[in-house]
Design a protein around this ligand. Structure first.
Ligand code: C5P
Length: 218
């Protein structure tokens, strides 16, 4: 009697957020951007002066946060932080706070609470392996580091934010390395996951592939 989940995992800037939210829209499913939760912990802990290395203290911080997702906006303690959590330094800090088992454990229940009628599309690093191991479809969405750096670069420039391609490539390689090598819930291709390599695919093609896979899975 559990509602179906499509789990979409992959490295940073792989386009999984864009693809996942479009798939959710097409199916009329709920959408969980789990990376936003780690970004919220990063932002809140920075504001409160908590060291990103202090797992126990970060774990205690999580239940105190008032988190609200509403119409594509994210609120932290009633403040709109939609833009603030997208900053490059917050992404890096998110990957640092995400290594702590205390932080990950504190976020499990909140993530599972997004599983509601008629279904959920969840994107992140451990959606298929840890949070929704019974997902009906598991996708590992990826692209080469060069393709991902270029996508991130274009996104930032489009928003009027200056960026250097070289720095972005270095940041995402640093984040990939940390996300893949950590002891708890590392980024990996889960058992039974289908790999979708998107370097040469349009967003529409990637969305269509996931929808086709879903139709074959149900
Ligand atoms: O996907 P996004 O770039 O927003 O995620 C930010 C960081 O949060 C990642 O680099 C990763 O370290 C962490 N994360 C995670 N598990 C998830 C989602 C994100 O560890 N399910």
């Amino acid at each position: 009697s559990q509602f179906p989940v499509i789990a979409i995992d992959g490295p940073t800037a792989s386009g999984k957020g864009t693809v996942a939210s479009l798939v959710a829209q097409k199916l009329g499913f709920h959408y969980l951007d789990s990376g936003a939760l780690y970004r919220l912990v990063a932002l809140a802990s920075e504001k409160q002066g908590i060291d990103a290395k202090n797992g126990p203290e970060l774990g205690l911080l999580v239940p105190k946060l008032l988190i609200l997702f509403k119409n594509n906006q994210v609120f932290l303690n009633n403040e709109d932080v939609t833009e603030a959590i997208r900053a490059e330094n917050i992404g890096l800090r998110a990957s640092a706070v995400a290594v702590h088992p205390e932080v990950r454990a504190a976020l499990v229940g909140l993530q599972r609470s997004f599983r509601q009628s008629p279904g959920l599309v969840a994107d992140g690093r451990d959606m298929a392996s840890v949070i929704f191991p019974d997902a009906i479809l598991k996708v590992f969405l990826t692209a080469t580091a060069a393709a991902r750096a270029e996508r991130r670069y274009k996104q930032l420039i489009a928003k009027g934010i200056s960026a250097k391609l070289e720095d972005l490539l270095q940041d995402l390689q640093e984040r990939d390395a940390r996300d893949s090598s950590r002891g708890t819930a590392p980024l990996l291709v889960a058992d039974g996951a289908k790999v979708l390599e998107t370097s040469d695919l349009s967003i529409d093609q990637a969305v269509k592939t996931v929808l086709d896979w879903y139709q074959s899975a149900i």
